[in-house]
Ligand binder design. Sequence first.
Ligand SMILES: *[C@@H]1O[C@H](CO)[C@@H](O)[C@H](O)[C@H]1NC(C)=O
Ligand SMILES: *[C@@H]1O[C@H](CO)[C@@H](O)[C@H](O)[C@H]1NC(C)=O
Length: 382
Amino acid sequence: MKFSTLSSIGLTSLTAVLAAPSASYGRAPSKGAVFALTNAVDNAVIAFSRNEDGSLIKTGTFSTGGHGQGVDFDTQGGLQLSADHRFLYAVNPADDHVTVFEVASGGSSLKKIQSVYAGDQPLSISLSSTGFAYVLDGSVASTGIFGFKVNRQTGLLSPLTNSTIATSSPIGVPGTVTFAPDGHSLIVTNKVSSTIDVFSVASNGHASLGPLTSVASSGLRPFGAIYGRSNTLYVVESGLPALGNAALSTYHLNGGQSPVLEPLTKSAKNQQTDGCWVVVTPDEKFAYTASFITAAISSYSVAKNGTATLIKGVEAFTGEGSEPVDLALSSDGAYLYNLLRGSGAIAAWKIQADGSLKSIGNSFGKGQGIPVADGASGLAAY
Ligand SMILES: *[C@@H]1O[C@H](CO)[C@@H](O)[C@H](O)[C@H]1NC(C)=O
Ligand SMILES: *[C@@H]1O[C@H](CO)[C@@H](O)[C@H](O)[C@H]1NC(C)=O
């Protein structure tokens, strides 16, 4: 048995070497996938494979087996891939569960492997580098975070305590949960109270909020947030109720036992309205925000010290009534995708060397299962 395994490995690598110069051998190389969450009553993920030029082809609809709420989550991060993109995690806010899918190796097809209780109205999920996950629960009755241990071999979630840990403000209306790169802390943005909660996460995964760890946001209504590997936190501010007041702020995390966030760029405005979603390229050279009301993608350049400078307020216009929501990058950072809730489609751009965006199309998946103006929320890509 062992012998035949060894010889088949030998044959396989020989075949691979021989086939390498000719791209026509066998299946076309996969360039990754994009997944969008419908958030419909019968919640589902619409899956796309990515072509070499960044364009998308729908490959399937995969039921979560749970229920969406049919209205926008108003959060970032409702659909998340594991770092090795072998597993996909989807929230079902209307039935309080998270669905775990296994992603076909290098492909876009999904197999449901778990449905697990995740607290009252799960809206966003973040996975740590240390094997834990926290879900953000946004219900008015119990706003907080709900933790899991993640089996990184099987993708399965086991609840840490089966209870929600409260955020600093029960009426803060949270925007996202996101782990720091080292996994020793996580943050939650609070839109209405304009604060950012910094939770410490112990080595057993238990999270706690100290008395001094809710910091003032540099700008109004912090919404989506994401860490870069450098420990810089990128936070987009909606800026509402003022119009033209959307912005990006950055913070430096001093991690360790008592994590502290220090403001770097304070509210670099982009003149758009209701900025809600943010991504940063893996090399941390550029950040992009999506503004729901003015249907604009804004671009920022990021210096090595973490300060962000606006390149263009309207780097891309997604179309009248298109309602841009979640953003996602291919794992090589070369392509940007945006879920258009209004038009029920996905827009795609190739990121140029100077950070500008070259459109590939803005109607991928249109008429193929993403609800039109009916609450689609959550986008993931690799
Ligand atoms: C959480 O609840 C589930 C379902 O009731 C139960 O199977 C599990 O053992 C509980 N886990 C903990 C850590 O309490
Ligand atoms: C950060 O880097 C930028 C670009 O190099 C520079 O203009 C700015 O002064 C630096 N800021 C700080 C606080 O060091």
